[in-house]
Design a protein around this ligand. Structure first.
Ligand code: DX5
Ligand code: ZN
Length: 232
């Protein structure tokens, strides 16, 4: 995956949103021992989405505590005001929502100028065609398979057609962006998401609420890698 350390054809990005925050360092170390390469950080502002979560101080602490790549998903209004600060705090990847960034071209350029990989996220109701012009400027597209705001929701299958469409455009236009899928991923849904084109898969609940998060991470990665082999 472009600019992202990778162990195999698909990476699993555990979202710390569902972690036990009193044992976060320990949980990250366990995942790293299993070969995890990156962490997904869900940043919510209570305005763009109806929930409040993690902000810059947590990203700074994570940066000091781990060398895993940090993938910051900004579910915030006016992301331009914060992208530089997240890059400085230690984010390696920063995605903003198309719905929150009216000057997407400028926002993506600002993320890259700040030294991070630039991603654009799409809500379930937003058509992929709205990304057509910016695809050459993105390092990754994050397709939401739930309405953003909360962990533990059910996978919305409309994401699959979007992944397929983006994968087709990527091949036709000889682009190299990575395809990330986020929301409702577990043993039941990971295979179809990967077969539809996802190469980076975000998982919160199915890892951190499992009795053994490391084992669940390994199981999901195995399912993802098997699904790649089934792609046509
Ligand atoms: C939702 C977040 C997701 C979420 C995924 O707004 O962007 O990253 O934490 O959680 P699960 O895997 O539980 O659907
Ligand atoms: Zn997310």
């Amino acid at each position: 995956m472009r600019g992202i350390k990778s162990n195999g054809p698909v990476e699993i990005a555990p979202s710390i949103l569902a972690a036990d925050f009193t044992r976060l360092g320990e949980q990250i170390a366990e995942l790293k021992a299993a070969g995890c390469q990156l962490l997904h950080i869900d940043v919510m502002d209570g305005h763009f989405v109806p929930n409040l979560t993690i902000g810059l101080p947590v990203v700074r602490s994570l940066r000091r505590a781990t060398d895993l790549a940090l993938d910051c998903h900004l579910m915030i209004s006016e992301p331009d005001r914060y992208v530089e600060a997240f890059a400085e705090a230690g984010a390696d990847m920063i995605s903003v929502h198309q719905e929150a960034a009216p000057h997407l071209d400028r926002t993506l350029a600002a993320i890259r100028a700040a030294g991070a990989r630039a991603g654009v996220a799409l809500n379930p109701a937003t058509p992929v065609v709205l990304l057509s012009e910016v695809l050459p400027q993105v390092d990754y597209v994050l397709v939401m398979s739930v309405n953003p705001g909360f962990a533990g929701q059910q996978f919305l299958p409309g994401a699959l057609a979007k992944l397929r469409q983006l994968a087709d455009w990527r091949a036709d236009r000889r682009l190299h962006f990575c395809l990330e899928v986020d929301g409702g991923i577990g043993v039941e849904t990971i295979g179809e998401a990967v077969r539809a084109g996802a190469d980076l898969v975000v998982v919160a609940t199915s890892i951190f609420h499992a009795p053994n998060p490391r084992q669940s991470f390994e199981q999901l990665r195995q399912l993802a890698w098997s699904a790649v082999a089934e792609k046509v």
